[in-house]
Design a protein around this ligand. Structure first.
Ligand SMILES: [Zn+2]
Ligand SMILES: [Zn+2]
Length: 125
């Protein structure tokens, strides 16, 4: 009896993530800089018809957002898994913003590799 319940919970979590989108805070640990940005992925409250991918462009040295219609999200997710989502500004592939990678990105403001990502619960707009 335990297994179906767990499966259902797991599906619920998956679905919840997919529907709600996820959000983290990114902040620069350089005290002189204080750069802060929200990192998010999925669908927002204000724009439920869109799927947003938020990545980092090493060429532009900044975070970029790519938004597609919600119905096209699978295409974007597949491209994201291959690391082939082009930056909207320079067309270079965006880097996925994960826990390990974040430390290798130069801060968009001060240029130092002092960015840190912390999880937040909730939905983005
Ligand atoms: Zn770029
Ligand atoms: Zn900084």
């Amino acid at each position: 009896m335990k297994k179906p319940a767990l499966t259902a919970l797991f599906l619920c979590l998956l679905l919840g993530t997919a529907l709600a989108g996820s959000i983290w805070h990114i902040s620069c640990e350089n005290p002189a800089c204080n750069y802060k940005i929200d990192h998010y992925q999925g669908r927002g409250k204000a724009t439920p018809q869109e799927y947003k991918y938020h990545g980092y462009c090493l060429q532009c040295r900044q975070f970029c957002t790519v938004a597609v219609p919600w119905t096209d999200r699978q295409k974007l997710i597949a491209l994201g898994e291959q690391g082939k989502i082009p930056c909207p500004k320079c067309q270079k592939y965006l880097k996925e913003v994960d826990e390990d990678a974040i430390a290798t990105f130069p801060c968009p403001k001060c240029g130092q590799k002092t960015l840190k990502k912390s999880p937040v619960s909730g939905r983005f707009d």
